[in-house]
Every structure is written in C-alpha cells, then in structure tokens.
Design a binder for this molecule. Sequence first.
Ligand SMILES: Cc1cc2nc3c(=O)[nH]c(=O)nc-3n(C[C@H](O)[C@H](O)[C@H](O)COP(=O)(O)OP(=O)(O)OC[C@H]3O[C@@H](n4cnc5c(N)ncnc54)[C@H](O)[C@@H]3O)c2cc1C
Length: 425
Amino acid sequence: MPVNISVTNKPRVVIIGGGFGGIELAKKLSREDIQIVLLDKNNYHTFQPLLYQVATGGLEPDSIAFPIRKIFKHQNNFIFRMAEVLRINPEHNAIETSIGEIEYDYLILATGSRTNFFGMTDVATHAVPMKTIPEALNLRSLVLQNFEKALLTVDLPERDSLMTFVVVGGGPTGIETAGALGELKNHILPRDYPELDINKMQIHIIEKSDRLVNAMSNQSSIKAEEFLKRFDVNVWLNTGVTSYDGKKIIFSNGKQLLSQSVIWAAGVAGASIPGLGEKASFGNRIKVDCYNRVAGHANIFALGDVAAVVTAKNPNGHPMLAPVAIQQGSCLANNLSRLLRNEELIPFQYQSLGVMATVGRNHAVVELPFVKFQGILAWFVWMFVHLMTLVGFRNRLVVFVNWTWSYFSYDRGLRLIIRPFRKPL
Ligand SMILES: Cc1cc2nc3c(=O)[nH]c(=O)nc-3n(C[C@H](O)[C@H](O)[C@H](O)COP(=O)(O)OP(=O)(O)OC[C@H]3O[C@@H](n4cnc5c(N)ncnc54)[C@H](O)[C@@H]3O)c2cc1C
C-alpha cells in the first residue's frame, strides 16, 4: 500500500537514515526545488560518540538525541516519516517500508552501521552492544543491577562474576567505556555500595591486535594503555573472543573469565538493505563510486558508514567516522543539485580532521592533522569538540552543565535503573 505523501511534479529525493550523513545532506538541499522525504526508524538523531556516557550514568539519553522534525522545522521542501525500510525495488524506483511503499526519483542510503558479532551467535545473544540509545540504557541498567545483585549474594564466585566487567574491542568506543567504568569504580561505586569490597570489581579490555586504538599512532596506543591502567583496567592484547554463554567468556588463548557483563565494542558492519544486487556489495558495505553512486544504479546513492567509496587511492573505502559521513552528505547535496541542472559532478575527497578518544577524567589521546598530544590538554580538546558538534543548543548546555558538575563533585547523577535490563533466557 502506498504511503500518504503528497504527490508533486517536483523530483522526489528519498533519504533513508537521519544520522550524521542523512541530516547534513537534507539540510544542504534546503534551497532546491525538490521534495525531500527522510525516513528513519527512530524520530530522533543520535549522537553516537557520547553513547558510552549514557551507558555509564554520565549523561541522560535526551541530551545526546535530537528530534528530526525539530531540526527541519523551517525547511519547506522537507517531509519526515518514521519508518523502517525493508527492501529496495530498483526496477520500480520504489522501497518497501514498515508503513507501506514509497516511490523515489533519487534514493540515498544513509543507514549507518550495525553491530557485528562475526557470526558468533552465543556472543550475540549474551553480550551487550552499544550502538543505540536503548542499548546504552540496557547497559546502564545491567551495570547497576549487577551491583544490586552482588550485595544480595553470599556465593563469593557468583559475587565476583557480577563485579567483573569485560569490554571487548580496544578501539575508541572500547577504551572510552572501560575508562568510564574505571571512573565509576574509583569515585562513585564505593560511595553507593559501602558494604561491597569495590577492590573486587574487575574491568578487562580485550583487543585482538597487538595494541589499543590501532587506527591511531603507536604513541597514542601506548598512552591509552597507560591511562587505562591508571583506572585499574586490565588490558589484554593479541586476544580474541571465542565464546560467551552469559557467565563464562572464553578467549582465543584458551584463558577464560567468569563475568555476567560483557560489553561488545568490537565490530560494526554496514547496515545495508536488500535489493541492490551483488554488484553493489563490498564486504559488509555498499560499493559506491567517487560520486557516492551505488555500483550498477544510476539514481541510487549511499553515504557514511554504509558506503565504501572504492577508488584506486582508497581500495577499502574511508573509515566509519562522523566527519566522513558529514563531508559525504555535503558533497552529495552539491552533486544532486548539479545533476538536476545537468552539470558535471565533483568527486568526493575526504579532508581528515583527526581522531581522538578519551580515557576517563583528565585523560585523552588526540591526533590532529599536524599535531599529536595526550593527557589533560587532549581531554579538554576532546570535550570542546564533542560539545560543539552536538546537535541543539539545549543539548550543549545540558551536557556542559553535567560535565562541569561531575568534574567538581566527582559524581555521576544518573545511576537509575528506569527500565530494568532482562538477560535472554
Ligand atoms: C559508540 C560509538 C561511538 C562512536 N564514536 C565516534 C567518535 O568519537 N568520532 C567519530 O567520528 N565517529 C564515532 N562513531 C562513528 C559515527 O557515529 C558514525 O561514523 C556515524 O554515525 C555515521 O553516520 P551515518 O550518517 O553513516 O550513520 P548513523 O549516524 O549511524 O545514522 C544512521 C541512521 O539510519 C537509521 N536507519 C538504519 N537503518 C534503517 C532502516 N532500515 N530504515 C530506517 N532507518 C534506518 C538509523 O536509525 C540511524 O538514525 C561512533 C560510533 C559508535 C557506535
């Protein structure tokens, strides 16, 4: 059944995904005489880089989300529908969604990525991912519930396993989460649970390669490891995960740990949608050319995490980062305008703005195009950049006030189990 969207004689540009790339694209097309239809399964945009702070009680979910309708309240050529896109039918220029069928003249996939468990179904069932706000809230509840349970049990191995946290994946998300758990251990949990011996709380970070944050320089990896150790985090390098049944996690080196909280930050795959055909597939992403056009389709484009711009210079595509998605959104908006005027398209070129990650209070590693630094200055730079890139003035203000309060009070005010997390049976 077709979805109720006004039919006009203007070209219809359908964008799937209101993440960093989709929002930038729709905004930059505001002056075009077209009909933009943006679809997202949520009615809000998520600022994923701060999800770990929601998961560890540092920020409330509302301060890292922003209603999509509000972003575009002054844009006349824009329509939003909350829907999940299920399939693309390129032969009919149409998509199947959870609310019905929608036709398009141009289709843009900006669907981001999903958690990749590399086919390990037991790990997918029992480990907790952190890609969305509901998942971050699950994690917050799980951490607190496990401490409540640890208080109740007299079985010592059971208590230890409730107080053992394993973060899998030594990339920026993994080190940020492990660092935040370290902060909880040092400053918050001893006050909340004086009857528990907090020294028994163990935090482990597991990384398959031989260093943490391996997309950054060796210098940053060494510093990240040093900072994590200051927060009592045990770093395991050259270690993969082979299985996890909800109680026992087994590693590639044969060692094992008893833990009831395994946090999965080890991999993402492009959130592709069926229907584009074999030619468009590039591993777990969609293959696009330097204009973000999907291989084999003249009027379908993809950008951001889901797209791999495969060129001779970039045989594996660009990294899955917010600035890549934003720059591709901006470039594609320009190219769609050109396409409508029958002008020549401009190839996408990524301008790297650098990479950074924080490891708990006063510690971060930052690599800008011309300089690398670590420590407290890096931490302030990290905070400033994240504050300024948040969507919405209210969100920036709330986050700023929260961070300032936590810094001086050594407190995280959001230790609430609002929606209890239930483990799969
Ligand atoms: C925990 C975490 C921390 C991160 N930290 C950083 C960082 O510090 N710096 C950095 O640069 N990058 C970071 N990233 C990566 C960054 O968030 C992504 O690169 C960026 O969000 C990609 O933007 P996008 O527009 O491609 O997709 P997204 O921002 O992921 O948006 C995709 C949107 O598509 C919607 N969607 C997906 N499938 C469908 C469907 N079938 N139907 C309808 N809607 C759909 C989703 O609901 C979502 O709103 C982090 C990611 C995570 C998960």
